[in-house]
Design a protein around this ligand. Structure first.
Ligand SMILES: CC(C)(COP(=O)(O)OP(=O)(O)OC[C@H]1O[C@@H](n2cnc3c(N)ncnc32)[C@H](O)[C@@H]1OP(=O)(O)O)[C@@H](O)C(=O)NCCC(=O)NCCS
Length: 160
């Protein structure tokens, strides 16, 4: 469904009432982009923690015609080199019926303006190597492909 010019996409910081949409979007994203079925209970607690625990992060949602159609999560990283914060963008998802209508562009522009206004150094995100669509979207939004590779370890005790 394309958004028409008379109806605006509104971006705002998420509130607790958005929790169900955010949980649903995260589950859909994991399935769509990584073929993963997330544990619903753990996911719900993970999302709720962002609202309950100060400093963990902030969700932002995009609304179209009164309906939540997209989201992202911002977490922060301190850079001692820059003496400033970077904002990390996570949990990017736009409802499949509302894609290619500028919903993610609206989310990105909103948080970029917000970050710049707060003196944040820049925005970063990681994306699955096979997720070519998301990569083209980020390139369209003038984000640069980093020269860094991501290295990681999940501890056995923490695995599902
Ligand atoms: C990636 C995703 C968030 C993009 O959302 P979207 O609302 O469709 O993106 P937008 O319509 O705002 O597009 C932004 C720009 O990217 C480009 N773009 C959008 N979809 C594209 C596609 N499928 N292929 C190439 N370029 C694309 C457009 O040129 C657009 O620029 P424009 O506004 O000048 O037309 C959405 O496809 C999605 O939720 N995918 C599944 C989840 C996912 O992959 N998340 C990312 C995990 S890192």
């Amino acid at each position: 469904m394309a958004t028409d010019e008379n109806s605006k996409i509104i971006v705002r910081q998420a509130v607790l009432e958005d929790l169900d949409s955010i949980v649903r979007f995260n589950a859909a994203m994991a399935l769509e982009t990584e073929g993963k079925v997330l544990d619903q209970g753990k996911l719900r607690e993970g999302v709720a923690a962002v609202f309950q625990r100060h400093g963990l992060g902030d969700y932002y949602v995009a609304e179209f015609a009164g309906r939540v159609v997209g989201q992202l999560l911002i977490t922060t990283e301190w850079s001692d080199w820059r003496n400033s914060y970077y904002w990390w963008i996570q949990s990017v998802y736009v409802d499949a019926d509302y894609r290619r209508s500028g919903v993610y562009r609206a989310l990105h522009t909103f948080v970029a303006d917000e970050a710049e206004g707060k003196g944040v150094q820049g925005l970063k995100l990681y994306v699955d190597r096979d997720n070519k669509r998301a990569q083209s979207v980020y390139a369209d939004l003038k984000m640069n492909h980093s020269n860094y590779d991501l290295w990681e370890i999940d501890f056995e005790s923490a695995q599902d």
